[in-house]
Ligand binder design. Sequence first.
Ligand code: SAT
Ligand code: MN
Length: 581
Amino acid sequence: MPTSNQVLAEWVEQVAAHTQAEQIYWCDGSDAEKERIDQMLLKDGTYKKLNEQTHPGCFLHLSDPQDVARVEHLTFICTTEKADAGPNNHWMAPSEAKKKMDDLFAGCMKGRTLYVIPYCMGPIDSSLSRCGVELTDSAYVVQNMRLMTRMGAAALARIEKEGDFVKGLHSTGELDPNRRFIMHFPEQLTIMSYGSGYGGNALLGKKCHALRIASYQAKQEGWLAEHMLILGIKDPSGRQSYVAAAFPSACGKTNLAMLIPPEGYIEDGWEISTIGDDICWMRPGEDGRLWAINPEAGFFGVAPGTSERTNPNALAMLYKDTIFTNVAETEDGQPWWEGLDDRIPKFDWKGNLYSGNGSAAHPNSRFTVSAKRCPSYSIEAEADQGVPIDAIIFGGRRASLVPLVNQAKNWVHGVLMGATVASETTAAATGEVGVVRRDPMAMKPFCGYHFGDYWKHWLSMRGHASKLPQVFTVNWFRKNSDGKFMWPGFGDNMRVLEWILARCHHEIGAKETAVGYLPEEGDLNLLGLDNITSSTLKPLLEIDGQEWANEMSAIREYLERFGNRVPEQLFNELRAIEDAL
Ligand code: SAT
Ligand code: MN
């Protein structure tokens, strides 16, 4: 066995025997290995080669049409005590879950190869990083993990040095939605996933490890594992700031992480750099600030809506060495999706001739690409110590009520804001799209334990870090009475970021309201924005007392659902806001 880690060697042997895998393959992460597996996937039809002239090294994978998104109703947290999983999770007793999964995995790899993928979440030498090993029978998963994590020999070496790692066992099984489960055992640092080959269900380093398991570990060890992008902003004076922002899946995290500022800003010398687009691990540093790493090494982004206008940086990275999943294809073998441009594709995401009706790409179709291919990717993302965070932003899609930007008055208020943000649902998860649901810290599907304990943990960061970031909410998705978006979004979100940083560095005043600090009229830089003046912007920066009083009642009701584990401080804060309203 090619490892000195006894626990790992025995686990691999035991899984191979139980699943009756035909052979075991240890991934080393080399280029030669990548090339070999690409060729194999082409040969067996998992991959289709895209146009080598326009998209060298790019492949198209069309999944089973029933396996295109995360399955929250089949995702379980299996803690010994049901109460520890909380009302925010589906729970199953560990023994029952283990039995169920053992039955599913029995003999499931007959005739298949068991791939062993040692991986490291975060820079390979960073003390903030954590390792795991995924065992899978899917070579497509191997190739995605190669892009999304630091995988192979270096990760194995770290595991052998440190000893401990998260165990993730995965099989695509029969891709039968009735034989599909994603089980998490936070107390055993173990994940078992069966019956899906889709991203969040199958690339176990991502949501399963870096969020559900890591959030549980983070609580015990005094750090935070969050569903956040990380963005660097350099202002014209050369001052470097960093922002972490939480949005639910498919609300524009990737676009914000790769934002290109409006022309005037670029001329003035503003620069944006990308650290991560989905996950952020933060730990208090000796200086009292929160230091963050992006545990991932690639982007698994939503393709539809990505264009030269919305995200030029993303488009620039997708011309080479990218895996496309469930997008459409043009006549000349180029990947295509809604919102890209006005060409008509030849094939839809099921590989059929595109009829012109309905969407050609699946709304949750994805690209997988190395972060290094992103023009705005920052070398700071590889820094062992991480980057210090100045602001934390919570956001979601809200057609009404929620202002463009709002600053929390203090940490407790910020935690309350984060705990109660809501958003309209998107295609990233199976289920109805467009329903408003509360999505605390954008972690509703990803927190590995009881939300009450999670909020308590957030509040406790005050005791660990003396210079916590300022907290804000944003809403790019407000609509007017004609149903049109009121804010241009995308690159123009820079204007909001500028205000946020000015607040963090105490350089600008604000309008104090019952629910937070908002920009004064004229304080947002609107230079160069056609059609938007301070007066058209006014409703976006106002608080409707009555509507907010209703919102506060809804928030109280929501918090009460989590019972007596909800920290009393949140209710005190809520009461103060209600009084002020
Ligand atoms: O499918 S993933 O969970 O990996 C992506 C997402 O929904 O954010
Ligand atoms: Mn996500």
